[in-house]
Ligand binder design. Sequence first.
Ligand code: NAD
Ligand code: MLT
Length: 528
Amino acid sequence: MTKVLVSDPIDRAGIDILSQVAEVDQLTGLSIDNLKQIIGKYDALMIRSGTQVTSEVIEAGCNLRIIGRAGVGVDNVDVHAATKKGVLVVNSPGGNTIAAAEHSLALLLAVSRHVAQAHASTIDGGWDRKKYLGNELYKKVLGVVGLGKIGSHVAKVAIAMGMEVIAYDPFISVDRAQQMQVKLSELKPLFEKADYVTLHLPRTPDTENLVDENLLASMKPTARLVNCARGGIIDEAALANAIESGVIAGAGIDVYANEPLEKNSPLRSVKEHLILTPHLGASTAEAQENVSIDVAEQIRDVLLGLPARSAVNIPGLSAELMDRLKPHLQLGETLGLLVSQLSGGQFNELEVRLQGDFAQHPSQPIVVASLKGLLSSALGERINYVNASLEAKTRGIHVLEVKDEACRDFAVGALQIITRGDNGEHTVTGTVSPDGDLRITSVDEFPINVAPSQNMLFTRHRDMPGIIGQLGSLLGQHNVNIASMQVGRKIVRGDAVMVLSIDDPIPSNLLNSIHSIEGIQAAHPVTL
Ligand code: NAD
Ligand code: MLT
């Protein structure tokens, strides 16, 4: 029975989906050691931000096929280790967008109107209306750093509230920003001009401590800062100092460099003008249901052999694309598998040529499929769409892709796979018929037209009378049934190839006899 481990608290809706296809164990609060001990039993792991999926955990997951992160950030998963092991990592990129955007807006308002401090004072018996004089957002400048999904929603609501929005995001075009009525700015001018700054960018080596003492010092003394993105982007000690010394007017923070926030964090000692929440950005009932359903559906699909829609470690390969390109991917994989067997596995370069109409398809998935086929003779079931590119790189295989729209050999175009290495160069070409059937259309320089089948025999021979007959009788004597046979040659009595589809694999002793037929130069049994 397929087994799924859910190791963080996850909304019930996702558990119900997983239970349709697997036995689901919910074990939360496991230490890394506990997780390592039990993970070997599971085909899938579903987590939120609590579970640390380290390389050791992934290594111990001998049956693990997929890790599903019910949320956006995968910083608690060693994605590189997962990719290397061929374990798919999926997330829910949009399930908690609104929740995180609304929490950012809640902090913007709360920090402007001292909501938390005023509440605490009132509970304590106070009635201090003067102390908690606030500011309006209306007509103020909001600086958004990171204008992605969450940043754009915050911008939209802020504009509706009468704010002027400027943004810093090096990966967003001026046109896109204009459509959102947002003016793009550089980072420092944004911090200088804004009355409020809100962060919505990922934590990466480039963004660590991006908001440091200097950037904080460039803000207006009346300005306030909100971070609902990721801890580690703001230098926390510098922020605590900036608030206490009046360099800025306040901040609202949801995420921290180390979570849970350390007991002795300098942020805990700032009593006024700072509101801290314990990573609550995605904590709405709606968002938790969304991410749970989104990720559970993807785990279910992958366990049923279907593609996932939000794979983190096979970017650009959506379910929709996989579905549309299915025959092309099958062709890439089949040709990769064929050429690896014809070349004896000795290659250090792979060239993938998309010809004619094939050139109009996205090449990356087809290259990945070809690599998967190419490496599966060597790596068996360990190779998959997730780790194919990384495995090729590790093995020093140089990958080239060429698009040649002008080539019109077949009405629907063709895919050509070339390997180069110690055994020279090998080329196979194939195509997909309009009804989706695969054809192999050439081997090296010889034209053929055969459907791939599970067991095949490819020979190189001299085109002379008697060879076909001798090979046919030899196979017959060894009880190997021939389903179809085709010869490809360029000139009469020159070099030629013979391609046989056979119902049974070729026994190894038979291969020696085939090699001894006069005129046969090479014979390769192939399993597809
Ligand atoms: P997104 O990928 O849609 O947007 C991120 C944006 O940041 C992109 O537009 C990207 O171009 C931009 N960016 C990348 N590097 C940048 C840089 N150096 N400077 C400026 N911009 C840069 O992601 P999203 O869904 O909008 O999430 C934004 C952040 O919020 C992420 O860090 C995510 O992990 C976090 N998040 C937090 C919570 C929470 O609970 N607090 C919930 C959801 C998401
Ligand atoms: C996320 O990355 O989705 C957020 O940090 C929310 C979370 O998982 O709690």
